[in-house]
Design a protein around this ligand. Structure first.
Ligand SMILES: [Zn+2]
Length: 400
């Protein structure tokens, strides 16, 4: 049975956000009143929105846009289609996020006795300051380190016996090489992590026994999902938002276990509320009982972007998913690959994958092809390695 306890909350939210001209116009144009949403099916009929809609609102209502809330206490910025876009947070929004993050950190075994440090940036963007608020709300002693070079960061972590670190995983790996023996939990974010095969193993080898927690957030909304200490996937931050997975081309809701685009709806947010917002991120949603009490989980993390979908051999190919798979190769530089699509002599698609870097040899290549077959449902006809990829687009279409 699907849980429908979120429906009254959604009705209230429709009422609340209709005060902005953006949603008032949207809901009026579809003839929607709060009481019309009585079931998940009613909710699913409401059209999706995306960043372009937010951009348009901003241009029509300069400089703040109509999603500005008069009780805003924090403004962060997020890259948009035409430059940085403002995101508003009221006191209530900040408190709700702090509570949800504190609950998530607690589910990872973090407590007031921990000393935490954050190496995400604190300027402009949402990450550093938001994570900081959650850790403080839990009672952690929290150091706002910000980004810096690894030697100095490691010195500070060691001097104050920091036990919890929030950082992107590639920087954490550098810190492990410097030696940071007191660390017991890493909150990773900002880069593909648990979705990259072997990445967690690599960090565990470098750090020894340590909790490795992946997280997913957006410039418009952080957190969206986060692992608990069981590390069985990223639990949805369901006290803050309702999350759906839709087929990117049609917007149709997909059943549990199917790969699709993440769509989020804020339950109570006052500043910059999102309502059935397309994130452009691909993931898989499943429901199970975790010992931490959460159910809705993005079991495989974020798998790529929907931006450039191509149909190859009858299957939808999202090139950025290839990047996630290639990141398992030690010498791979993120983004340095090319997909070449052409027509075979006898008809049908020919799919070549070209990667910049040293050829890792047949067993490693076979493993990549196998992984692609499993996760993308198609395999390249050839996988080639070149010393240097010429400048050009990620996907080269030569099909006529
Ligand atoms: Zn859990």
């Amino acid at each position: 049975m699907e849980n429908t306890s979120w429906i009254p909350t959604i009705q209230e939210q429709v009422k609340r956000i209709s005060e902005s001209s953006f949603y008032r116009k949207r809901f009026q144009s579809m003839g929607l009143k709060p009481g019309d949403i009585r079931s998940p099916e009613d909710f699913q009929k409401i059209p999706l929105m995306d960043t372009k809609d937010l951009q348009k609102d901003l241009e029509e209502n300069p400089p703040h846009g109509s999603l500005f809330h008069p009780e805003t206490v924090r403004m962060t910025l997020s890259p948009g289609p035409k430059g940085l876009m403002p995101i508003y947070h009221t006191r209530q929004d900040v408190d709700e996020v702090n509570r949800e993050l504190a609950a998530m950190y607690r589910a990872c075994g973090v407590g007031p006795d921990d000393i935490a440090a954050i190496t995400f940036g604190y300027h402009l963007f949402i990450a550093g300051i938001t994570i900081h608020g959650g850790l403080e709300a839990l009672g952690c002693k929290t150091i706002p380190l910000g980004p810096g070079e690894s030697q100095r960061t490691a010195e500070i972590l060691n001097r104050f016996r920091v036990t919890v670190l929030a950082s992107n995983p590639s920087f954490a790996l550098k810190l492990a090489q410097e030696g940071v023996p007191n660390l017991r939990i890493l909150f990773a974010g900002g880069e593909p992590f648990s979705s990259v095969e072997g990445y967690k193993d690599k960090l565990r080898q470098a750090f020894g026994k340590i909790g490795l927690i992946d997280s997913y957030g957006l410039g418009q909304s952080t957190p969206v999902a986060r692992e608990c200490k069981e590390e069985r996937g990223l639990h949805v931050a369901d006290n803050l938002l309702y999350l759906e997975i839709v087929e990117p081309e049609t917007g149709r809701i997909l059943p549990d276990g199917e790969r699709g685009e993440v769509v989020i709806t804020h339950l109570r947010r006052q500043g910059s509320p999102l309502f059935r917002f397309r994130t452009g991120d691909l993931s898989v949603l499943e429901h199970f009982d975790c010992s931490c009490g959460r159910k809705a989980t993005l079991t495989r993390g974020v798998l790529g972007r929907t931006d450039e979908m191509h149909k190859v051999k009858g299957v939808k190919l999202y090139p950025s998913q290839i990047d996630h798979i290639l990141r398992a190769l030690p010498e791979y530089a993120p983004g340095k690959y090319r997909v070449s699509l052409s027509t075979k002599a006898g008809g049908g698609d020919r799919f070549r994958l070209i990667v910049e870097g040293k050829d890792p040899g047949p067993p490693a290549k076979e493993k990549i092809i196998q992984r692609m077959k499993e996760t993308l449902l198609i395999r390249p006809d050839t996988l080639e390695f070149v010393e240097k990829l010429p400048e050009g687009p990620r996907v080269v279409e030569e099909r006529y």
